[in-house]
Design a protein around this ligand. Structure first.
Ligand code: CP3
Length: 323
């Protein structure tokens, strides 16, 4: 959940050298360096590739910028079948060669006991940025376009399935040992749309990756899915789900963990506040889910104001736990 980032001074330094954020993602030496920074400092068990979910729209020919204090801005927005025709869909995954080079660098540089995680955005979440043109609270523009023109929207989802599966397969070829699919905005989908735009495309990506690499573990993160996490775990074929901060631990234990590894779910803001509030909740998570299969993690991305010594204290607490 964003191990690298602005909470680390060494990241801010490399980030300022790189110029734009996308340039950082596409400079293998710099991207390798910022991926390794948190591993050196904290000794995590796994390392997540430094990149972003929005390199896919960029590879498809949409203009992607990261603006300070605003976040990602994509243009022109995708709002019609004609807009889809203008995307460069042929061999889009080939244009992400610098990302594969970063994965190869990391596979060579990481100690053998640190797992390398590759990732991509899930089709629904990436589509919300491509259609909305920026982040939004409720993804209204994308939901409206999907209701108004389900066939055109389905074309967009299908081309994201295609490109994302090819992209993930290339990451495994380059040395990624585990894959994670981020569906950050899954929670805004009603029941039937959740089925159609979250579960079905992810199940298809899992199927395609497995056809090439049957054994690669895949983690899904349908953030905000609530009780539908159980169905997501069963129906997509993922090996693990990353639970967000709102998922009750008892539900995770009884409804998800019997058939699927659970990852999560400390509130990133408890990592900011630290102290007893944090250690108490870490303890509760470990005692609820620690018998496994379980991966300790945050319930969403680390935030820039996170004190570094709270991260170190968290790692020590988790590593000293003996279920
Ligand atoms: O953990 C890691 O170090 C891996 C790298 C990673 C990034 N983004 C780097 C990043 C991962 C796994 C992501 C995923 C991602 N990107 C998601 C899904 C997960 C989630 O957090 O919900 C989403 C929705 C995005 C899109 C995105 N990228 C947004 C909305 C933003 C702006 C928000 C912000 O904090 O400024 C980004 C930028 C981004 N991606 C940063 C990082 C480290 C911060 C950029 C910077 O200022 O340097």
């Amino acid at each position: 959940m964003r191990q690298a980032g602005r909470y680390l001074p060494e990241y801010r330094k490399v980030r300022s050298q790189a110029g734009s954020f996308l340039n950082l993602c596409y400079s293998p030496d710099l991207a390798t360096e910022v991926t390794l920074q948190p591993i050196r400092r904290f000794g995590f068990d796994a390392s997540i590739l430094f990149s972003d979910i929005l390199v896919i729209p960029d590879a498809l020919g949409q203009k992607v910028e990261f603006r300070e204090n605003i976040g990602p801005v994509l243009s022109p927005r995708i709002r019609s079948a004609d807009d889809l025709d203008r995307l460069r869909t042929d061999e889009a995954a080939d244009r992400l060669e610098p990302v594969y080079q970063t994965v190869r660098n990391l596979a060579a540089a990481l100690p053998s006991n640190v797992t390398l995680i590759g990732f991509a955005g899930a089709p629904w979440t990436v589509a919300t940025y491509m259609v909305g043109g920026e982040g939004s609270r409720d993804q209204a523009e994308t939901r409206l376009w999907a209701y108004a023109e389900p066939q055109a929207f389905e074309r967009l989802i299908n081309l994201l399935v295609e490109t994302t599966a090819a992209y993930l397969i290339r990451q495994v070829e380059a040395g990624a040992e585990v894959l994670q699919l981020f569906d950050t905005w899954a929670g805004s989908l009603p029941e039937r749309e959740f089925e159609r735009w979250c579960i079905a495309p992810i199940a298809e990506i899992v199927k395609r990756v497995r056809a090439r690499y049957p054994a690669v573990p895949i983690i899904g993160f349908p953030r905000g899915a609530g009780q539908r996490y159980a169905e997501f775990a069963q129906r997509t074929g993922v090996n693990a789900v990353s639970i967000d901060v709102t998922v009750p631990l008892h539900f995770a234990k009884t409804e998800i963990q019997p058939g699927c590894t659970v990852q999560g779910n400390l509130d990133p803001l408890l990592l900011v506040s630290g102290g007893k509030a944090m250690t108490g909740e870490v303890d509760r998570i470990l005692h609820s889910l620690g018998e496994g299969p379980f991966i300790f993690n945050l319930g969403h991305g680390i935030v820039p104001q996170t004190p570094i010594d709270h991260v170190a204290a968290l790692v020590e607490q988790v590593k000293s736990y003996r279920g």
